[in-house]
Design a protein around this ligand. Structure first.
Ligand code: FES
Ligand SMILES: [Fe+2]
Length: 375
């Protein structure tokens, strides 16, 4: 795909036409690697992206590491309690410095590169470079880990590769962007939730296929999730659209303890979902891995006073089992849609103008970001 084809694919979508007169984005948005690479450059490297939880870095020394749009990062809490993020790339020969073996929390007093032992402080400064011998014009302070902008909101930690340290200052005010969904989520209570467990799912589909699926106003619920649909008043599904976020709300039939009275699915551009229902919240971060691969990281939270009590444990287990089943149903339809989009026949579709409003707004916003109109 040439740059021109990227422009053509982008120009095939016209956000001024409105949802009733619009075709969905062209198949190239979902199947072309160069389109995917432009998304990494223009969206995932230029926005606040949720990468983890504040409780993972609660104490000095705590850290977690990952990779965002090809950039290894490490987020940590330093000795004086300041939250920090750095490129997790050794300044000697580029090896990954802080290691993350699984999703459990990690802690250290210094980061030591496993390759030749260079050591960095919790503030990213180079502390020790063993056996370097005589050096000419070598200044240790110029060889610290490169910093990344980092901030917190609610239970989340966000980084911005293009923030104040990224060479281009980011105009986005995260707190302003999340304010509308924060207000809606507060109605169901968010602050009294405790993190319980993380599960990750790898999907053979473009990251937008999963996002589209979650923003279709419940269109697919009746057909793909029979179990879930039986607990929801589907004709009471509402969608509220904001600048860079949306909230989908639905009353329940009151017959499922797990769902409570109302379910709320909040979305923050580009890849964060916060799903709130009953005594539970699950958050989904959609990590783009390749044009036809993404990882969805689920973090489960509960409001039960004692997560260890037998009754709570039982309810939590059964609630997570239901979520897992729903996620498996979503994985199946997302992978099936990706397969069809890869075929020679599918070029674009249409929107339900009554249901798929949030998905349409997502495409319009993505179009603006890819056009460079929001920077
Ligand atoms: S690459 Fe890190 S010490 Fe050599
Ligand atoms: Fe679904």
């Amino acid at each position: 795909m040439t740059y021109d084809r990227f422009r053509d694919a982008l120009d095939d979508f016209d956000p001024t036409r409105g949802i009733e007169d619009s075709r969905t984005p062209h198949a190239d948005w979902y199947v072309e690697s160069d389109f995917f690479n432009e998304e990494l450059e223009r969206v995932f490297k230029r926005n606040w992206i949720a990468v983890g939880r504040a409780d993972q870095v609660a104490k000095p020394g705590d850290y977690f590491a990952g990779v965002l749009a090809g950039n290894p990062y490490v987020v940590n809490r330093d000795e004086v309690g300041t939250l920090r993020a750095h490129h997790n790339v050794c300044r000697h020969k580029g090896a990954i410095v802080a290691q993350q073996e699984d999703d459990s929390s990690h802690s250290c007093s210094r980061f030591q590169c496993p390759y030749h032992g260079w050591e960095y402080g919790l503030d990213g400064q180079l502390k020790r470079a063993p056996m370097l011998g005589t050096q000419t014009s070598f200044k240790k302070e110029r060889y610290g880990l490169a910093p990344i902008s980092v901030t917190e909101w609610g239970p989340f930690v966000f980084i911005d590769l293009d923030g104040e340290f990224g060479g281009r200052s980011n105009p986005r005010d995260l707190l302003a962007d999340v304010a509308p969904i924060a207000a809606e989520l507060e109605c169901l209570g968010m602050s009294d939730l405790k993190f319980h467990r993380r599960y990750s799912y790898d999907l053979n589909c473009n990251w937008k296929v999963f996002v589209d699926n979650s923003l279709d106003g419940g269109y697919h619920v009746k057909y793909a999730h029979e179990g879930l649909a039986s607990g929801l008043e589907m004709d009471k599904f509402e969608t509220h659209i904001f600048d860079r976020s949306s909230v989908q709300i639905c009353d329940t039939k009151g017959n499922d303890d797990r769902l409570g009275e109302k379910v709320m699915y909040a979305y923050l551009f580009p890849n964060l979902f916060i799903n709130r229902y009953g005594n539970m919240m699950d958050t989904n971060v959609v990590v783009p891995l390749a044009v036809d691969k993404c990882r969805v990281v689920f973090d489960f939270y509960f409001t039960y006073d004692n997560l260890e009590e037998w009754d709570s444990r039982k309810k939590i287990r059964s609630s997570i089992a239901s979520s897992h089943m729903i996620q498996q149903e979503d994985i199946d339809i997302c992978e099936s849609a990706q397969l069809g989009m890869n075929s020679m026949t599918w070029k674009y579709g249409r929107y339900s103008s009554v249901l798929e409003k949030a998905a349409y707004e997502f495409h319009c916003l993505l179009w603006r970001e890819l056009k460079g109109l929001n920077s």
